[in-house]
Design a protein around this ligand. Structure first.
Ligand SMILES: Cc1cc2nc3c(=O)[nH]c(=O)nc-3n(C[C@H](O)[C@H](O)[C@H](O)COP(=O)(O)O)c2cc1C
Length: 233
């Protein structure tokens, strides 16, 4: 069973991003003889982070009582593939997408999503794709996601059939990697962040709760993310 978590940053009922995501999921199903289960997060109320920093101290988020975002985090932790889709608004991710990312940003200090694969799906009329794809690639890398793939569509320029072909290609590659138990590939950004954070958690200034997590998971003594995965195999 392969579990897929999807977040769509568009609140538009007639969403192009949604259309591409659904195509991607259909292709995943077609290209796979493995059973797939999906959790699709869209149009759900997500509260804006209030900056209390409790999450960085490994404490419960005070907003979870209000919007049950703890259930969303649990779904993500239980998944094999994480898809983040968003339209471009004012050359950036949508506010809704940023709100979602802020609520999991403490995970960027501890590579909480290590062991999972990431897919970025972005749509725009003309502009902003590079900035947004680079940003989401960085966020996914810092979360510990591997084999990150990017699917983008520019409404005023790209041929939709070509984008759908790209979706077909990437979905079958992803499924083959999973089926063949291919080793996860981390981005350079992931490994650089690992080196930087490890140095910090070995220092006097380290946040005690995050340091504890690094110690308990054994990351503190590992050379790289690549080695962690190698040892876990
Ligand atoms: C508020 C808003 C801001 C937008 N900003 C940009 C932009 O900066 N550059 C651009 O090329 N398209 C922009 N667009 C167009 C959307 O990115 C494009 O229509 C996208 O495919 C919408 O995705 P959706 O249908 O999934 O919501 C904007 C659209 C809206 C509603």
């Amino acid at each position: 069973m392969v579990k897929v978590f999807i977040f769509n940053g568009s609140l538009n009922r007639n969403s192009t991003t949604d259309y591409l995501i659904k195509n991607f999921l259909n292709k995943l199903k077609q290209n796979s003889d493995i059973e797939l289960s999906t959790y699709y997060l869209k149009n759900k109320e997500i509260s804006n982070c209030i900056g209390c920093s409790r999450c960085f101290q490994n404490k419960e988020c005070v907003l979870d009582d209000k919007d049950c975002f703890d259930k969303v985090r649990a779904e993500m932790l239980d998944s094999d593939i994480i898809i983040i889709g968003t339209p471009i608004y004012a050359n950036n991710v949508t506010g809704y997408c940023k709100t979602f990312i802020d609520r999991i940003s403490s995970w960027c200090h501890i590579f909480k999503l290590i062991g999972k694969r990431g897919v970025i799906i972005t749509t725009t009329s003309n502009s902003g794709l590079d900035e947004v794809n680079n940003y989401l690639y960085k966020v996914m890398s810092y979360l510990g996601l591997a084999d990150i793939e990017v699917i983008s569509h520019q409404l005023n320029k790209d041929n939709i059939n070509r984008t759908l072909d790209e979706i077909d290609y990437i979905s079958s590659k992803l499924i083959n990697n999973i089926k063949n138990n291919e080793k996860l590939k981390f981005s350079k950004l992931s490994e650089e962040s690992f080196e930087r954070l490890k140095e910090f958690y070995l220092s006097e200034n380290a946040n005690i709760n995050e340091k504890k997590y690094w110690e308990e998971t054994g990351m503190i003594t590992c050379e790289s993310l690549d080695k962690i995965i190698y040892e876990r195999r």
